[in-house]
Design a protein around this ligand. Sequence first.
Ligand code: NAP
Ligand code: F7E
Length: 337
Amino acid sequence: MKTAFITGVTGQDGAYLARLLIDKGYQVHGGVRRISHSEFERHEILGIAGQVTTHEFDLSEPNQMLRLFTKLKIDEFYNLAAQSFVGASWELPIYTSEIDGLAVVQMLDALRTVSPETRYYQASTSEMFGLVQEVPQRETTRLYPRSPYGVAKVFAHYMTINYRESFGTHASSGILFNHESPLRGKEFVTRKITLALSRLARGGDEILELGNMDARRDWGFAGDYVEGMWRMLQQDAADDYVLATGVTTPIRDFVDMAATALGFDIAWEGEGESEFGVDRKSGKRIVQVNPKFFRPAEVDLLIGDPAKAEEKLGWKATTTVQQLAEMMAKFDYDALA
Ligand code: NAP
Ligand code: F7E
């Protein structure tokens, strides 16, 4: 029986990955911080509550990592924990740099020192492409991060490569494009949309306020992406891989997809800061722009090329953005029953 350790096991990806590994017969350990935001709500939804052996773990405590790696024999280590909200990273640039950047080299170094055989997965991100230098983005595209989050992840990404090249660490980096699910954190735009529209569909009285609706994202389903992470660590040689769908969609279109799934029919009016959406059936304004959600610097267009993962890992996204919007809208609507 293999042993895996997941940091960020209470998060969206941590929960899906834990379920995948449990199903594959792994003994799954997970790091949980003392003041956890989400606790085990997601594990309950996925039916794995109590099946992960948990350990107190905070990325700001390097000695805690060292003690942990000394105590446990870990075959596969998945570093999924992070301050993962791009929008918050301008308010928390130092914290984000410590947790998403510096902590990664501390982890890699602890593994190198006490557990060099452990295979390591780093949660890199399409946010590293930022102001994109090539369309679509692939493993070789020049990085140009646009937020403290993106910058910290670039540092972690190159440290992962550096430990692989310097010490032979089996360290792989998954450059994952946006992936969502009904377990997505409520602050991210897809879940914010499906939650607000579900409340409206249940008779609620509110207006969904959004920032930049022209930004485009390559959205896939988180359940597909954790399978790709696992496949990376099964390869003889560690490497970097883009996981993406290859399809990009503006935020506005995602609103339309979720709205249609919930029985709305939106007519868009106005432009820029004055744009709003009216439900043709009721005549009510249900969406509008609020500049307070604009970011100091935006990532306008993300579209990934997953060819390498398809060829080398046999991995392919199975869920379209339309199916994703419907899945999330249905989940949130049903949960309000
Ligand atoms: P998420 O739902 O926000 O989960 C983040 C996890 O990190 C949570 O378990 C959180 O614990 C934990 N965490 C936060 N700060 C910590 C700290 N100081 N010490 C220990 N644990 C801490 O994120 P996700 O969507 O699953 O993403 C997983 C990883 O992939 C992240 O590294 C993210 O940056 C990266 N990524 C995500 C995407 C995406 O589209 N989802 C794409 C590319 C890369 P609490 O439960 O206590 O908050
Ligand atoms: O924003 C725009 C916003 O916060 C998507 C994280 O998992 O994926 C995620 O980062 C877009 C941006 O995700 C609102 O300006 C408009 O253009 O859902 P998001 P993200 O920033 O792409 C990457 C790959 C990660 O690695 C991250 O960890 O939507 N947007 N209006 C809005 N975004 C939010 N959150 N809220 C709005 O009201």
